[in-house]
Design a protein around this ligand. Structure first.
Ligand code: IDP
Length: 829
């Protein structure tokens, strides 16, 4: 006979949450309404607060369940109200099948999760449960008696994923139930009766390693919750979860309980030194408590920073080493330990493809880490304490060209209103660190600013690792523009090396802040005419206050959880509340840079040096003249091999068309419609091909800034580089090509060519790759709406996918008559 919920209760003391018929009716209606709403939302697909749906049938059942997934950033947005905050939600028909916890956050993760706020808005008891470290699994019972096992957003068989967490966890569950003499149906039946979801963490290093070790006896499913399948979040007390789990062979979730928030916070402080619970390493805790106002279940997390941050960094640098080699490794806070560790593991990984693949698949991560600490003879936390003494490593690694080919570059972005001391603070910093920190002021640039501000900042970054972009940047729109401009104009710095740091002058809305208004307006009055655009004598105080007020009223506070501000790698909170705020702020920035940008090796100036720099900055007078952009080398739109005699090529094609009309009908049609191009070329690389393609970005730079730099300068010096013009490169760089295959679709006609040789005028080989996979000559397109670059997709479908339908092809013989030599390489503007 199979188990019932009552058996569970009688055998273990588990206390089921009982609901009345009336309550059930109400919660069922709520669920149906929610699901209806979600279905509508999927159809509308709004940019903000949208939901994605995934459907699959349950393993061993015909029942189809739907998973609903929101954008991560919408959970904490205060602009969006989601229909549910359940993290993990599966439905079938109008019923909730699996319900995850209400989305919860780390203590102090953002303003609303600050300790004071949480202390104020919650009541105890505070149950501190050990956070297991694996992947989340939801289990529930279905009306047909089957069990459904889901990972965060998926269930059932999948052909589109490499790892199916739900299936592997289900197998582990089967084994564990077997040991208890039970089956999946038993668990399904009880969960169905209780109408709740069992939530567990699947931790097994043989399947997938996370940060902590789960091997042998420790591996398995840790039950940490039982949630009712209702819209409202309702979850069983942890004692009941453990009783239930024990009966079905789950591993327990350890816990400790406190009455007040204060005791809980003190407890965390007391154990943060060791990062462990009852002698066991733990990553952190999930705290269960209640909302003060409605008494609803409320969860938050508390995570130990170390040694887990170090563990993550060790894992990431190893993956980068395997994927990208030694030269482009991006180090984080524990750069020195990571370097030392890489030195240790390189011989192990070297030439061992198997272990490399395993590592990328999250295996051996822990083993390698343990080997390293063992070899060092120090624990992880001891190693962290010792990190500073490892500084000689850096020199050694640099000489090995290790992760240092591309140093980091830091862009400091001010976010402020007028008079907060942006320029003064910037001046203090540039005068203390003239070789490290540059400064560009929006107010120094002659209107229209265009791209002069950001291209100017990028120019500074060529010589110095830090630039301050001094502008109010007081709205999201401005910050978004700034990030876009950087990604647009930056051609030299790998994006992973470009770090954005926000100098956040205001952390509360300035509108109501009388003290701030008084301070900044008195400063601006005092500043008088000492500004590029705001002149007290000319504008008068009313107008100036109006300008200042405009910035104050439009100001949008930095929100790190949302685009565009989520792009900041670091936010430094500054204060504008004292007479000497700029001095204090400069000090704060220096100290933050020292820990965030350790590669800069910023020394701490003495108080005297700070004071001197501050005095100098207060005396600063802006320049009379504004920066006018320097003439820049104009980069072409693309480089190409120019078919110097197009006519001869068309004659050749017309002759071939006579003997092979079946292959040339599209070509002839285009010819008759007058849609053949008069000037032909083979594109070598196009400016647009850089987008999302790092190799092409580098290659484009190689063409422009290295190989053909002198050619471009010469062309630019002599010619008017209007749109549509093209110039053969003065160096006489040339190419030989072979015609390979004519390919035509309804829309266009092109010839795939083979590049036989690229060479300088004198015949020396030119070491250069092409930026497109299928070099070709586009002969013409059916209409002007069809752009010649569509040839790429046509060739891809022919060459990559063997597509033939609707496509005419003709193979040119591999003989001298189909080779064209000494074609000039040209820049096309
Ligand atoms: P902004 O760039 O944010 O508009 P600044 O031009 O740096 O602000 O400062 C506005 C005026 O306030 C300037 O005349 C400057 O000398 C003065 N000032 C800036 N910071 C301080 C400070 O910390 N103490 C006293 N005066 C300051």
């Amino acid at each position: 006979m199979s188990l019932t919920a009552q058996d569970v209760s009688e055998n273990t003391g588990f206390r089921p949450i009982l609901v009345t018929e009336e309550e059930k009716q109400r919660t069922d209606n709520e669920a149906a309404r929610l699901i209806e709403g979600l279905e509508e939302l999927v159809k509308k697909n709004p940019k903000r607060g949208g939901v994605r749906e995934f459907s699959n049938s349950v393993l061993g059942s015909d029942i189809v369940v739907h998973s609903w997934r929101f954008n991560e950033w919408d959970y904490s947005s205060n602009k969006v109200v989601l229909p549910t905050y359940a993290r993990g939600l599966f439905t079938s028909g109008n019923k909730i099948i699996c319900r995850g916890y209400e989305k919860f956050y780390n203590l102090n993760e953002f303003q609303g999760m600050n300790e004071d706020v949480v202390a104020e808005s919650t009541i105890g008891p505070y149950t501190v449960t050990v956070k297991s470290n694996g992947c989340i699994i939801f289990m529930s019972g279905l009306s047909d008696g089957n069990l459904v096992v889901c990972s965060k957003h998926s269930t059932g068989m999948r052909t589109d994923v490499q790892k199916n967490h739900a299936l592997v966890a289900e197998q582990a569950l089967e084994r564990q139930l077997e040991q208890k003499g039970l089956s999946k149906k038993d668990l399904a039946k009880v969960l169905y009766e209780l109408d709740c979801t069992a939530v567990a963490e699947f931790c097994d290093d043989s399947f997938e390693e996370h940060v902590l070790e789960y091997k042998g006896e420790k591996a398995g499913l840790y039950l940490h919750g039982l949630n009712t399948n209702t819209v409202q979040f309702k979850t069983y007390p942890i004692e009941d979860v453990n009783k239930f789990g024990d009966l079905f062979g789950f591993k327990p979730t350890n816990f400790i309980r406190f009455n007040t928030f204060e005791e809980t916070a003190n407890y965390f402080k007391s154990i943060s030194e060791t990062g462990s619970f009852e002698g066991e390493q733990v990553e952190g805790f999930v705290v269960r408590c209640f909302k003060k106002d409605k008494g609803q279940d409320f969860f938050f997390k508390y995570k130990f920073e170390e040694p887990y941050l170090l563990y993550r960094e060790l894992r990431e640098v190893t993956k980068q080493l395997i994927k990208k080699g030694t030269q482009n490794i991006n180090f984080g806070k524990h750069k020195l330990i990571c370097m030392d560790y890489l030195k240790f593991i390189m011989p192990i990984l070297h030439d061992n493809k198997e272990i490399q693949d395993q590592y990328l698949n999250n295996q051996n991560v822990i083993e390698l880490r343990k080997m390293y600490f063992k070899a060092k003879g120090r624990s992880d936390l001891e190693t962290i304490d010792h990190e500073l003494s490892m500084s000689s490593l850096e020199e050694e690694m640099r000489s090995l060209n290790f992760g240092t080919t591309q140093p980091n570059r830091y862009v400091l972005v001010t976010v402020s209103t007028i008079g907060c001391g942006k320029t003064t603070t910037s001046k203090i910093l540039t005068s203390l660190f003239p070789d490290l920190i540059g400064h560009i002021q929006n107010d120094n640039i002659r209107r229209p600013v265009g791209d002069k501000l950001i291209s100017g900042a990028l120019e500074i970054l060529v010589d110095k690792p830090v630039v301050i972009v001094d502008k109010n940047n007081h709205q999201f729109r401005e910050r978004r523009w700034l990030f876009n401009e950087f990604s647009h104009l930056n051609e030299l710095i790998p994006s992973s090396k470009l770090k954005f740091i926000c100098l956040n002058f205001l952390q509360s809305p300035p509108k109501m802040d009388q003290r701030l208004w008084k301070l900044t307006s008195s400063r601006i009055t005092k500043r008088g005419d000492n500004h590029q655009t705001i002149k007290a004598s000319r504008d008068g105080s009313v107008k100036i206050k109006k300008i200042m007020g405009g910035f104050v009223s439009r100001f949008q506070m930095v929100n790190p959880h949302k685009e565009p501000d989520s792009n900041f790698n670091l936010i430094i909170d500054l204060k504008v509340d004292t007479e000497n705020s700029s001095l204090e702020n400069a000090k704060r920035i220096v100290s933050q840079l020292q820990s965030f940008a350790q590669d800069l090796h910023i020394k701490t100036p003495t108080d005297e040096q700070f004071n001197l720099a501050f005095q100098k900055a207060l005396e600063y007078k802006p320049p009379e003249t504004k920066i006018v952009s320097k003439p820049r080398i104009c980069h072409p739109l693309y480089f190409g091999i120019r078919i110097s005699d197009s006519k001869a090529l068309f004659n050749q094609l017309n002759t071939l068309a006579e003997t092979n009309p079946e292959c040339f009908s599209s070509f002839l049609k285009l010819s008759a419609a007058g849609r053949l191009l008069s000037k032909l070329h083979v594109t070598m690389i196009h400016v647009g091909s850089r987008k999302g393609n790092n190799n092409n970005k580098k290659l484009w730079n190689k063409y422009n800034k290295k190989i053909f730099k002198t050619d471009l300068e010469k062309i630019g010096a002599k010619n008017d580089l209007k749109n549509g013009t093209s110039f053969d490169l003065p160096s006489g760089a040339s190419a030989d090509i072979r015609l390979e295959k004519l390919c035509s679709s309804n829309d266009l006609c092109c010839i795939k060519v083979e590049i036989l040789k690229l060479y300088w005028h004198e015949g020396d080989p030119l070491d250069l790759k092409l930026g497109n996979a299928f070099p070709h000559i586009t002969l013409g397109t059916r209409s002007s709406d069809i752009k010649p670059f569509k040839s790429n997709s046509l060739l891809e479908s022919v060459y990559e996918f063997g597509e033939t339908s609707g496509i005419e092809t003709f193979d040119f013989k591999n003989s001298e008559e189909n080779i064209i030599r000494q074609l000039p390489i040209a820049a096309y503007y």
